[in-house]
Ligand binder design. Structure first.
Ligand code: G6P
Length: 478
């Protein structure tokens, strides 16, 4: 038992840290990393005496719990085999593609499932060991779907929230999962289950009825019998970013100067298109490149010199679908530049790297149009970062209707990324949009993102969790 117990515990696959070295006696040394989730939760963690339970990102490395930036961080150890079966396998080879509408084929392996259940139990036990009597525990995302119920079985005194950061698929797709009943029952260990979009919550409610035989009323699920009867609330809580922080960063004179320099370094084109994604097949990078290729080939851009900057940050590189995608994308980029470049000019600038936040802010400021054309995406925070960065009220957001952000960012130019002609039209529209119209749209987008920032997301979710998860029940489940 740890000497101190915590009133607020976050459980996520990853700790919000990067390993920066090792101590003299071989213990890992970590530094807090500036992710969106930690930005949102750090103030709550500090004021409520919080602990964060998660994996430190490397095999066989746990080390002792430690305090960082007013948070208590508790590393969960994963062996190399568990990383293969739980993280690369069940989480990212089965659940990720399944929950993203089988854009890539999910694989179903029983030994992956066994590792997933075993690792979920380890996370649940670690959280249970940190939580004070009656504490609030907030479990994050698809890597930990079984944790809420495992936690409740050990600690019925806790108030448990679960937030699903990725889409929840329709039942016709979800029902492929051989362990669908156990997954639904795992999530139903929570008092409040949050989703990005209303449609995700609706899909989940249907899965509760179909896979677990639960009864639902509006957005409430009734589980258990007699004394053990409970009600679980499932509702949308769209996540956001630290909008003010991002705006402040993008307003830094050094960032503004860097944005101008980026334009010069790109050869002072007439227009810059920007894509920023993890290199993931859900992001629609191949479709985006094909669209751009056609635009170059059919002359729809007129005599404008247009470049596409595509940042594709390395991700899940040991999972085959990701390695294959990298090969395909790099082949397409190479061909496109080979066919359409000249000495000293290339239409696509492809960067398989991660950049610090200030460089990203400069790229956003430099981009005339931001292309967020995911085939399926829980939310897509890049879309919100672009908007927050544009303190000049300029730039156009081209946004996939299949990203959760489309439910909120109505003044974007919305596209179906499968429709190449439609997306081409949207890009041409974005690049030809009159300044007054760009300004009108961007101001409205900025207002939305400023008012619905990540702090509000955390406050709304935790508020609803405290309210006994019996908030207003608006719509009947579909
Ligand atoms: C998505 C998921 C997160 C995940 C992130 C990065 O945003 O919703 O849970 O942490 O991708 O992926 P990784 O596998 O590197 O943690």
């Amino acid at each position: 038992m740890p000497s101190q117990l915590y009133d607020f515990v976050v459980v996520a696959n990853r700790l919000p840290v990067d390993k920066v070295g090792t101590t003299d006696d071989g213990e890992p040394l970590y530094e807090t990393s500036p992710g969106g989730l930690v930005t949102a939760l750090a103030p709550v963690m500090r004021s409520q005496h919080g602990a964060w339970v998660g994996w430190a990102g490397a095999p066989d490395e746990a080390g002792d719990a430690f305090d960082s930036d007013g948070m208590h961080l508790v590393p969960v150890e994963l062996s190399a085999q568990e990383i293969e079966d739980y993280y690369e396998g069940m989480a990212n080879g089965t659940l990720w593609p399944l929950f993203h509408d089988v854009i890539a084929a999910p694989e179903y392996h029983r030994h992956w499932w066994d590792a997933y259940a075993k690792v979920n139990r380890r996370f649940a036990e670690a959280a249970a060991a940190q939580a004070a009597e009656g504490a609030t525990v907030w479990v994050q995302d698809y890597q930990l779907l079984l944790v809420p119920m495992m936690l409740r079985e050990q600690r019925p005194d806790l108030r448990i929230g679960f937030f699903n950061h990725i889409p929840f698929p329709g039942y016709e797709i979800f029902s492929q999962l051989p362990w669908r009943k156990r997954v639904v029952e795992g999530v139903l260990g929570a008092d409040l289950v949050g989703f990005q979009r209303r449609s995700d919550a609706t899909n989940f409610l249907r899965a509760c009825r179909r896979a677990a035989g639960a009864t639902t009323r509006g957005s409430h699920v009734h589980v258990g019998h007699g004394e053990g009867r409970r009600t679980v609330h499932a509702a949308p809580f769209p996540i956001s970013i630290d909008a003010r922080g991002f705006e402040a960063l993008a307003s830094d004179p050094a960032v503004i100067e860097r944005a101008a320099q980026v334009r010069t370094e790109l050869g002072d084109p007439d227009a810059i298109l920007l894509g920023v994604d993890r290199l993931d097949y859900t992001k629609g990078i191949r479709h985006r490149l094909s669209t751009f290729k056609e635009l170059l080939e059919d002359g729809a851009l007129g005599d404008k010199r247009v470049v596409l900057v595509q940042v594709a940050s390395p991700s899940r590189e040991r999972v085959k679908a990701y390695a294959d995608l990298r090969d395909e994308v790099e082949l397409i980029v190479g061909r496109l530049n080979g066919d359409h470049g000249t000495v000293g000019w290339q239409p696509v600038h492809y960067l398989h790297q991660s950049f610090p936040r200030d460089e990203m802010a400069a790229l956003y400021l430099a981009a005339d149009a931001m292309l967020v054309t995911a085939l399926r995406d829980g939310m897509n925070l890049v879309a919100k970062e672009y908007v927050a960065a544009r303190h000049d009220d300029d730039g156009v957001l081209v946004l996939s209707e299949f990203a959760g952000a489309a439910d909120e960012l109505h003044q974007a130019v919305l596209v179906n990324p499968h429709d190449i002609d439609g997306t081409k039209g949207a890009i041409v529209e974005a690049l030809g949009m009159p300044k007054a119209e760009r300004r009108r749209r961007m101001r409205a987008l900025r207002r939305r993102v400023r008012e619905h920032d990540v702090e509000r997301w955390a406050r709304d979710f935790l508020g609803a969790l405290q309210d006994g998860a019996h908030a207003h029940d608006e719509e009947p489940a579909g």
